[in-house]
Ligand binder design. Structure first.
Ligand code: 2M8
Length: 454
């Protein structure tokens, strides 16, 4: 490792140390003072490389918030920060209305992409020497929790039995204000009585122009209220939610997680077949319903209206993470990455991979999920490309994962054209993927060691 890389690694570890509460890592001290579900998985994937104990503590802490019906909530609130530090706080969710909510943890009632089985698997796989025994115990402890989590998703989130899972809030995608949802909003505007009273705090600490608009927040909050009004009952919400989307990233991550749960089962001497079968089911459904052959990428689908959301975003490449495309298709997908929409390889003034199509009028270089480069999503694509041996474009992404933070710090997201950092600083997911790419050894076929097929 060269000096620059060593310094970057140390700085990234300091970011995670600064966010460490003793039980978990906050995404950012100032902007996100609680525990977020997929952020924690990324943090754990990084810790798995150098601190098994922390990786285990991080994931255990998250699963303290698991509901009795198996759901893993997108936020587990820290009781020390519930007084206006973040909105919506527990009072907006009022999860006590559900008999499934945990009684000893304050949480939200929605979910985020299921990176958990992958994070648990990596934690065990990379554990060395004196940690190996603890990690084996951890794997045994987490297995039934993961099974209940995946059971919940496949049981409650497959509205038409197609194999594709649906999200019922934009926050569940992890990509809050992606232009993809504008398509859905075109036919859904909440009436004033559907929107609860609320006061934003997110735009006080980060430039309001970089955050979602008030109109988008009205919709976010209307969906929070709807969840509360339905006592967070999934069956009722499947019927009533105006937002029901089969998202390419959510499903791609799920196909990988099901596969990794199968690998955990195998490691424990149990039958992996049921989990692998689910992974194939999601994979087949994605190839059947979401693949856009004419555009060489995976779209998302508005499940409420039964229409394809015909917009290209970075999410459309994340099925690579789960080996969803055939090798031929993966090459096509890579070709689409190598265009003006997502930064061609020969364009030195463009940082791969922007979160949204640069050629679309809805693109914005600095507004949150409408175009900026998010390194956690880039990492999913990077890992996928490596698994296919598509190392050229992967190398371009890896360069961005190192050089953007080197130039602009560990920011939440970056302008694809200037590399300028935006959003909050000291951001955990950015630090995590920097650590992973610096420390992970990929095998001769370019696959991540901890997740290569066995
Ligand atoms: C952002 O989402 C939260 C809501 O969950 C917010 O804007 O308040 C997203 O970028 C999401 O992907 C991320 O997990 C979260 C914390 O980093 O922030």
């Amino acid at each position: 490792m060269d000096d620059d890389a060593r310094r970057l690694l140390d700085a990234a570890k300091r970011v995670l140390d600064d966010g460490w509460t003793g039980a978990h890592t906050v995404p950012s001290r100032s902007q996100y003072p609680h525990q977020w579900s997929w952020d924690s998985c990324f943090h754990a994937i990084a810790y798995a490389q150098y601190d098994t104990h922390r990786a285990m503590t991080e994931l255990r802490s998250l699963f303290r918030g698991q509901w009795q019906d198996g759901r893993v909530p997108h936020i587990v609130f820290d009781p020390d920060h519930v007084d206006g530090d973040y909105m919506p706080g527990p009072e907006h969710w009022d999860t006590a209305r559900s008999k499934h909510a945990p009684r000893d943890a304050l949480t939200s009632s929605i979910v985020q992409p299921a990176v958990h089985a992958t994070a648990v698997f990596n934690t065990w796989f990379h554990a060395r020497d004196d940690h190996a025994r603890d990690a084996r115990g951890f794997l045994e402890e987490m297995f039934p929790k993961l099974v209940r989590w995946h059971d919940f998703l496949h049981r409650e989130r497959d509205p038409d039995g197609s194999g594709l899972l649906a999200i019922r809030h934009p926050w569940e995608s992890g990509r809050d204000n992606s232009p993809l949802w504008d398509d859905v909003y075109a036919s859904w505007r909440p009436s004033p009585e559907d929107v609860p009273a609320y006061e934003r705090v997110d735009s006080k600490r980060v430039d309001a122009d970089e955050r979602p608009t008030d109109e988008q927040y009205d919709r976010f909050m209307a969906l929070v209220k709807l969840s509360r009004d339905c006592s967070h009952d999934e069956r009722e919400l499947r019927r009533r939610s105006p937002f029901l989307v089969e998202d390419a990233l959510f499903n791609g991550v799920m196909a990988r997680a099901d596969h990794d749960l199968g690998r955990i089962a195998r490691a424990l001497g149990k039958d992996p077949a049921p989990f692998e079968a689910r992974s194939w089911r999601v994979t087949d459904a994605m190839n059947e319903r979401l693949w856009r052959g004419d555009r060489h990428f995976y779209a998302s689908r508005d499940a409420r209206r039964g229409t394809i959301i015909d917009l290209m975003s970075a999410a459309g490449f994340t099925p690579l993470f789960a080996n969803v495309p055939t090798p031929e298709r993966a090459v096509e997908v890579c070709g689409q990455l190598d265009t003006n929409s997502f930064c061609p390889r020969d364009d030195e003034d463009c940082w791969a991979v922007p979160s949204f199509d640069r050629e679309n009028p809805g693109y914005s270089a600095d507004r949150y999920w409408k175009g900026p480069v998010w390194l956690n999503v880039n990492w999913l694509i990077y890992d996928g490309l490596m698994r296919y041996g598509l190392t050229d474009y992967a190398a371009r992404i890896r360069r961005a994962i190192r050089e953007l933070p080197l130039g602009a710090g560990f920011r939440e997201y970056y302008d694809p054209e200037t590399g300028k950092g935006h959003g909050t600083d000291g951001f955990g997911m950015t630090a995590a993927v920097v650590i992973e790419t610096l420390l992970e050894t990929r095998d001769a076929r370019g696959r991540i060691a901890g997740t290569a097929d066995t």
